[in-house]
Design a protein. Sequence first.
Length: 260
Amino acid sequence: MNLKYDIISSGSSGNSSVFRLGKKFIFVDMGLPLNQIQPFIEDKIEENGFSHFDIDEIILFITHEHNDHIAGMKPFLSKYSPKIYSSERTVERLIKNGFDEDLFYTMEADVEVTFNDFSVKPFRIKHDAVEPFGYRFKFEEADVSYLTDVGIISDYIYKAVEDTETIILESNYDPELLKNSEYPNFLKTRIASSFGHLSNEDAHNLICKLSMKKLEKAVLVHVSENCNSYEIVQKYAESCFQNFNVVTTVAKQKENYSII
C-alpha cells in the first residue's frame, strides 16, 4: 500500500502532520484551524480519485496538551469524528478542558499498539506537559519516529529511536538568538531547560548518532519564529547531509511538506 507523509505545518503557531495510507488518514497533533486542515484533506482526496465518503478511517495521535498542538481539535472532531490516542494523563487533561471522554483511547509508554496495517509505540519525553509522548510508527514501507517538544535526549529517549529510518525532529532554538530575544528571563530558562526544547545543535548531535545506525532521512521541525532562523537551521540540515549522509530538510510554519 502506498504510504505518504505530509507535514501540514510546524512551528510555534501550530503543528500537525499526517500519514496517508490508502484511504486512511493518521494525524499527529491538531494545532491548526479547520480552514487549513479541511482544504488539505480535500486536495488529497481529489488527488487520489475518491470522495470523503470513501475515507476508511481517521486517527489522531496527540503528543501533549499545549495549545500549539491541540488548538484545532474541537472543530476537527466535529467535522471528522476521528479516534484519538494519547497518554492517560494527557487524555485526563483534555477531558477537564471540555472534550468528550468517549472520543479517547489511552496508551501506555513503551507498549506497542498494532492496527491493521501499521503499529505505533509511544515513549516518554522530557517536556513541561502532564505526560508528553513521542511516537515510533512502523509501516510496511517505513519506520518513522516523531520527536518534538523535548528538552533533552536522555538515554531512554535515544534507545526509543536509535534504529529508526526517518525522524521528525525538533530544532527549536539558537542559543544566541534565545539569549538576545525579547522573551522574559523565566521563559528563556524554560525553553533551554531539560523540560523545554531542543536547540539546533542538540538536533544535529542526535542525527549524528543516529546516522551510525539506520537513519536515512530527517526533517527538522518546530523552528521558533523568535529564537531561531530558517537560514541557521538550513546550515545544520546541510551539515547533516554532507557529514552524516542523512537527507535532511527544514519544515517551515506555513508550508506543507511531503516527506514520504
